[in-house]
Write a protein that binds this ligand. Sequence first.
Ligand SMILES: Cc1cc2nc3c(=O)[nH]c(=O)nc-3n(C[C@H](O)[C@H](O)[C@H](O)COP(=O)(O)OP(=O)(O)OC[C@H]3O[C@@H](n4cnc5c(N)ncnc54)[C@H](O)[C@@H]3O)c2cc1C
Length: 374
Amino acid sequence: MALLLSPEQELIKKVVADFARQDLAPDATRMDRESVFLREHVAKMAPLGLLGMFVPPERGGAGTDTLSFVVAVEEVASVSGTDAMYMILQNALVTNLAAQLMNDPEDEALLRSLLKGEALAACAISEEASGAQPDMIRTTVKPKGGLLEIKGAKSFVAMAGVADTYLVLCRGPSGPQFVAVPKGAKGLHFSPSESKLGLRGLPLADMYLNGVEVPASAALGESGEGWKLLDAPTDLARLGVASALVGLTQGALDMAIDFAKGRVQFGQPIAKFGAIRAMIADVQAELEAARATTYGAAALRDSQKEFKEEVLEARLLAHRIAIRGTKIAHKIHGGAGFMRDLPLERMSRDVRTLMHVWDAQDVTRSRLADLLLG
Ligand SMILES: Cc1cc2nc3c(=O)[nH]c(=O)nc-3n(C[C@H](O)[C@H](O)[C@H](O)COP(=O)(O)OP(=O)(O)OC[C@H]3O[C@@H](n4cnc5c(N)ncnc54)[C@H](O)[C@@H]3O)c2cc1C
């Protein structure tokens, strides 16, 4: 796969890989055990441009291409699922949407502080009755005496309660509308943060918007742009999840390879046993197929071509190998794989949690079938 990357993309891969190992990996276990979000990781990602990869340089972003985003997410995920998920959220949704929808000088200041990691934002789309179907959302925004009034509730919002600003998807009088809501807005409440199976360093909570009032300028972009407003960012988020699953699984497989070389049974390293060798070879080959599809989808987007089908294919392949690959990594580790002093069990939990973000396997399969069969 390395052959497909340009020298610039190779450089990004190397820089992010070194950064992830030196600056993120040492905290990954603590973030998981203590369910703690480390703001200093955000501060360290900012100077590398990892918070605004799709934002043009003239607006303070890195202005990189989609393949660079995919490669960077993969490298971060290979050591820390929580940090990879945060990166996906910021790049595909938060700063990408903010750059597209925020245009006045006050908004520009917010965008700049998000890119510098000084301010944190979240993107609230999902609701109790509309997990995989954003067009079923019930949260409304209506004009009220020169202001906007928001009523509704959002579920499973990453960074809820911690972020300073929320890009809330609402149903407006003339269609879907994102509205920027500050954390301190009257009528905005948060549930306690969920205790999750995986990605435990990422805060996740529900939001209640009980008649929240914001100025009319908080409406982002044109209301009535339709659900296509969500298409591009959610496809990028799905692609990001596919690459994070590939990265996490590669991390787990690399650990299994190291373990197999060092663990001696029946007088030789278990890496000498045919069954172990075959499992490792199979997982690496299937992982490479998922990676190639992920890169292919990214490259299509970079050539301004339709990439929806390839994103769904990448997601499906990544789901499959992530489950199989982490299972085999456990098998190769024997009993040691289930001990909490190895990162493998955290990575398996992160894989299983990540698979449900922006469409689980069944929904992905059903979306792909719709594209193929109508
Ligand atoms: C760690 C984490 C972070 C998240 N962060 C955010 C965030 O920042 N912002 C945000 O808005 N949301 C966020 N979410 C929400 C996430 O995107 C939703 O959980 C996801 O869209 C699925 O919705 P749901 O949980 O309601 O599942 P449902 O849609 O209720 O699905 C439940 C099950 O039914 C299956 N199913 C549903 N529809 C079909 C179908 N048509 N065909 C076949 N099977 C189907 C699904 O595959 C799944 O197995 C996050 C979730 C997690 C776990």
